[in-house]
Design a protein around this ligand. Structure first.
Ligand SMILES: Cc1cc2nc3c(=O)[nH]c(=O)nc-3n(C[C@H](O)[C@H](O)[C@H](O)COP(=O)(O)OP(=O)(O)OC[C@H]3O[C@@H](n4cnc5c(N)ncnc54)[C@H](O)[C@@H]3O)c2cc1C
Length: 517
């Protein structure tokens, strides 16, 4: 990618700032239309919110309750398109709403029928009212006291950072240039006062690039306002950041192929307990925060709230000692009023053009990244007077596309790339061994991520190419030395670089561990 950047002559059609779902989606869209695109990410692809979601490809039952039918319909259509274009990463999951009150079955039964009807031809399966016995058969670990029955409906589930890495590959396949560890530190302006490029610094060697662009798109999520202030220091904030945490437990807490959906927690939110990569993932919260950071921390009361809510529904209430990992994401919600009650703010996306001509696109959801990208590239092409070219991503396969990836077992998330990883294992059988008894990840995946997926640090491999850190933070820390050795062989790291990688990762993994109260 650096060589592509160095070879490039002249002005880029579009430069994108930020390598999360929004930015990478835009790079895929713009490159597949034939525009000349560069994307710059300050850390690793997906370091921000896009690796920290609840892992749902969904219309959002809650938005239906809020009456935002248009948003639900758009998201349900995008859910269907994503399953069609990335079947190796999106699966159909049954969600059960357990009922403890007489009115819940008819109320949620009707609401979820509407939810499915709104999906039209993109439906994932009809909802059904369940008896008590049927509910227990689907959710064997649910609290039985007072249980009357349940309602089952179907939605999508995915692996967020794996999809992102495959979208990076899709954009590259389409001719885009995407560079991680390249931080935009400033924008440049022409004589007319309009933004006409960016200044970026290579975070590995400190090199500085000045890059000219016809359109600059700010897709820096929760950091959008700080990028906008590079162009106009006095602009009003757009973003009301809010954090959400997730706790990950052993699979036995759910012991099911189905998820639990709690439609009303004590603070009026929705909460999910979901089977994910052989573990149980529970979340989330919605806590307004002042300033976004790349490694947000959970508040003790957020951890207590999730433990308490999970304990109300699960037969065996989880404790702090059961938490294998806690991870936190920041919602880049678009402000209204003083932005205090973030749970009520819209999840619609916003495209905002400042007087300087800097285009910011933010809000939205992972599920709707494709649609967001289509709208943004339409706007950017207008603004920069690029030749009009139609969007093609509705039917564009995501890199790794495979309709029967289940046959690759734990390598399913790589889709068609699983064959090349198996080939690595065949050539060097020692690469097939798992790196930790509690997780399925092998040395071959580390080599693959380093050679083909732009992984540059131990964290990139353990957090976003594999999901070790998000599933079991202590196990991930225990794998760090082996990962550093393998990456060191690929990238020519000496012993001191390997030791620094292990020390850095071990320290950051502590932030994903929960100590007893
Ligand atoms: C707790 C939680 C749960 C969620 N669950 C779901 C879900 O289940 N389903 C769903 O559809 N959506 C979900 N979402 C929403 C979804 O995750 C986000 O909408 C989406 O990830 C936002 O992507 P983004 O690219 O806009 O932001 P980000 O992923 O944060 O990307 C922005 C990137 O910009 C980079 N950047 C910042 N400044 C600079 C700079 N100066 N130079 C270069 N790069 C820079 C950052 O490093 C970052 O990587 C959830 C969100 C949260 C917080």
């Amino acid at each position: 990618m650096l060589a592509r950047l160095a070879r490039h002559n002249g002005i880029w059609d579009i430069v994108v700032i930020g390598g999360g779902a929004t930015g990478v989606g835009i790079a895929v869209d713009a490159a597949s239309r034939g525009y000349d695109v560069l994307l710059l990410e300050q850390h690793d692809f997906g370091k921000g919110t896009s690796s920290r979601s609840t892992k749902l490809v969904h219309g959002g039952v809650r938005y239906l309750e809020q009456g935002n039918i248009a948003l639900v319909m758009e998201a349900l259509k995008e859910r269907g398109l994503l399953r069609q274009n990335a079947p190796h990463l999106v699966s159909n999951l049954a969600f059960v709403v357990p009922n403890y009150d007489w009115w819940e079955a008819p109320f949620y039964g009707l609401g979820l029928k509407v939810y499915n009807a709104l999906a039209g031809k993109y439906g994932f399966g009809s909802s059904e009212i369940l008896t008590r016995e049927e509910t227990l058969a689907r959710l064997p670990t649910i609290k039985t006291e007072g249980l009357r029955g349940g309602v089952v409906y179907y939605d999508g589930q995915f692996d967020d950072s794996r999809l992102l890495i495959n979208l990076v590959a899709t954009a590259v396949d389409q001719g885009a240039t995407l560079v991680n560890y390249a931080r935009v530190v400033d924008v440049t302006k022409g004589l007319d006062g309009f933004v006409d490029g960016v200044v970026a610094v290579d975070q590995e060697d400190g090199r500085q690039w000045t890059i000219a662009a016809r359109a600059v798109i700010n897709a820096s999520g929760a950091f959008s306002d700080s990028v906008r202030r590079m162009a106009e220091p006095d602009v009003q904030s757009l973003i009301a950041p809010s954090q959400g945490i997730h706790l990950v437990f052993h699979a036995s807490f759910l012991s099911a192929d189905a998820a639990i959906m709690v439609p009303h927690t004590a603070d009026g939110r929705v909460m999910f307990a979901i089977p994910w990569h052989g573990h149980t993932l529970v979340g989330t919260t919605d806590t307004p925060i002042e300033t976004p950071t790349l490694e947000p921390r959970p508040l003790p009361e957020e951890i207590d709230f999730i433990l308490e809510t999970a304990g109300r529904y699960l037969h065996k209430a989880p404790t702090r000692d059961d938490v294998l990992s806690v991870f936190v994401g920041i919602r880049p919600l678009v402000k209204s009023g003083d932005g205090r009650l973030t749970a009520a703010l819209s999840r619609d996306h916003t495209i905002h053009i400042d007087a300087s001509g800097l285009l910011t696109t933010t809000g939205g959801k992972w599920t709707t990244y494709r649609n967001m990208a289509e709208h943004t590239v339409d706007q950017a092409a207008d603004l920069a007077r690029l030749a009009e070219r139609p969007c093609v991503t509705r039917t564009l396969n995501v890199h790794g596309f495979h309709t029967n990836a289940d046959r690759f077992g734990t390598l399913r998330v790589y889709g068609s790339d699983a064959l090349a990883i198996r080939e690595l294992m065949r050539a060097v059988p020692s690469l097939a061994a798992p790196l930790h008894a509690d997780l399925p990840y092998t040395a071959a995946e580390v080599v693959w991520a380093t050679r083909h997926e732009m992984a540059r640090t131990v964290e990139d491999v353990l957090a976003r190419r594999t999901r070790a850190l998000f599933l079991n933070a202590r196990a991930a820390a225990a794998m760090a030395a082996a990962v550093a050795r393998l990456m060191g062989e690929e990238l020519g790291w000496d012993r001191s670089r390997q030791a620094a990688e292990v020390a850095g990762f071990t320290a950051m993994a502590k932030g994903y561990q929960v100590s007893s109260a």
